[in-house]
Write a protein that binds this ligand. Structure first.
Ligand SMILES: *[C@@H]1O[C@H](CO)[C@@H](O)[C@H](O)[C@H]1NC(C)=O
Ligand SMILES: *[C@@H]1O[C@H](CO)[C@@H](O)[C@H](O)[C@H]1NC(C)=O
Ligand SMILES: *[C@@H]1O[C@H](CO)[C@@H](O)[C@H](O)[C@H]1NC(C)=O
Ligand SMILES: *[C@@H]1O[C@H](CO)[C@@H](O)[C@H](O)[C@H]1NC(C)=O
Length: 413
């Protein structure tokens, strides 16, 4: 009797352990499969990039083509790389050169993991050649190596100096120094590029078909109505709620007295900034704009609801992930406080709050999540963002540049 009781106990333990193992493996495979990219598609895109480079080089219309390769960011976030690539493409086109593109470095999978650029920035790859094409067209002895950031070149002079040097007759140029460094991107030299860059965006910017497809699926699934399509759904505002690793990042920025990045420094956008204005000499002021309280984010949303009284939904773009689980909690809190407070505002109350985690991604689509978020932010009736974030400034650039959108539809907290 005693023995069989013990056996039964052991059997139960074993069954429990087995069940645990099964649940664990299912969970692990689920996570693995859901973040595993579509390698077959990436291979296909990679081959078609090389084929289109061959077509470009064998077309006699391109016999006079001149090329430029830039030294680019290797790593950093998607938006940091995308922003730099768009600026380089613009610089190449303005100096009448073919831009030689490189793949995106996909940091979550390691320093050496890359993804084909045409999976994302279709507008760039469509009129450019990949590095393999450059190697065919430009044997090493034909390449001119130049540096643009020599001593004494101020931020303000950099762009025109780059244009002047790139207009040289040399067929193949490699720029050896990294010119768009962080301090340049936060400098007052940036607004001078905006008029031509915004035209570049309106004529050249295009997402890949896959990003557009997932965005379209998102509008239908979440019942949101983007401002460029006549489809049923709730009119919505998009708010970028940057949390995750930003708290530490913001602290460093406040110690260094850093100002907003890229397009958030445009003079015409200064009226979009929720008061009090940014004072970089004051660390608390930098923190207030870079890592604002939920109250402050809600105050910025309120500004947009006053301008869009028919809006009944808010879509929150956030960076919640398994390594930043508290972001989900904070997003939930933002949503419930927003719904409650909006009952007392003019216009319709915010009845629905959706967020990035609800985008209906299918197997193999995880890499596109950030670009889809950007597209959803671009197509909202109003956008509320963070002046220190390259995601927010990219959304602002697309709205104002690619779509000639209104300044008053943007608020920066
Ligand atoms: C630009 O480059 C093309 C060849 O790609 C050449 O035919 C044309 O003359 C150039 N235009 C200018 C303004 O340099
Ligand atoms: C960025 O470039 C400027 C020159 O335009 C230079 O003075 C500065 O040291 C560079 N900063 C970094 C971090 O490389
Ligand atoms: C967008 O998605 C809807 C529903 O999934 C579909 O019926 C429609 O054809 C799609 N439109 C485009 C342009 O892909
Ligand atoms: C610094 O900024 C904080 C937040 O806006 C503000 O409360 C404080 O008064 C500012 N301090 C000074 C000295 O301006």
């Amino acid at each position: 009797m005693k023995l069989s009781g013990l056996r039964l106990h052991r059997w139960r333990l074993l069954r429990c352990a087995l069940a645990g193992l099964v649940v664990f493996s299912i969970l692990a495979s689920y996570i693995y499969l859901s973040v595993r990219p579509s390698y077959a598609l990436y291979d296909r895109l990679h081959r078609s990039e090389v084929e289109s480079a061959n077509r470009f080089l064998h077309d006699s219309a391109n016999d006079q083509a001149k090329f430029v390769v830039f030294r680019q960011l290797q790593g950093a976030g998607f938006n940091n790389q995308a922003q730099e690539i768009l600026l380089f493409h613009h610089l190449a086109l303005t100096s009448n050169r073919t831009y030689v593109y490189q793949p995106l470095v996909w940091r979550p999978r390691g320093e050496k993991a890359t993804v084909p650029l045409s999976a994302f920035l279709y507008g760039v790859t469509d009129s450019s050649v990949p590095f393999a094409g450059f190697e065919d067209a430009c044997p090493p002895e034909s390449i001119s190596h130049i540096r643009l950031r020599t001593k004494g070149v101020t931020h303000a002079a950099l762009w025109t100096r780059a244009l002047a040097l790139l207009q040289s007759p040399a067929r193949c140029i490699v720029v050896d120094d990294w010119i768009l460094n962080w301090s340049y991107l936060a400098s007052s030299a940036i607004p001078a590029i905006w008029p031509s860059f915004s035209q570049y965006l309106s004529s050249q910017f295009a997402w890949s078909p896959r990003i557009l497809e997932i965005s379209n699926r998102t509008y239908h699934t979440l019942n949101l109505r983007p401002n460029h399509l006549d489809i049923p759904g709730d009119r919505y505002l998009a708010v970028h709620f940057r949390r995750g690793d930003f708290e530490d990042h913001c602290r460093i920025l406040s110690e260094r007295q850093t100002g907003f990045t890229t397009w958030a420094v445009l003079p015409e956008l200064q009226s979009a900034i929720l008061s009090p204005p940014l004072d970089t000499a004051n660390g608390s002021s930098v923190m207030e704009h870079c890592y604002p309280s939920i109250e402050r984010v809600i105050a910025a949303i309120k500004m947009q609801t006053e301008r869009h009284p028919l809006t009944t939904a808010v879509h929150v773009l956030h960076d919640g992930a398994w390594d930043h689980p508290t972001v989900y909690y904070l997003t939930h809190r933002l949503g419930s406080e927003l719904k409650a407070q909006s009952l007392g505002w003019v216009g319709s109350p915010i009845a629905r709050v959706t967020h990035s985690g609800q985008v209906p991604l299918q197997w193999g689509e995880a890499d596109w999540a950030v670009a889809v978020d950007l597209e959803i932010a671009r197509r909202a009736d109003g956008f509320i963002g963070n002046g220190y974030s390259s995601f927010s400034t990219q959304a602002i650039a697309l709205r104002l540049g690619a779509d000639s959108g209104k300044l008053t539809d943007i608020s920066i907290y």
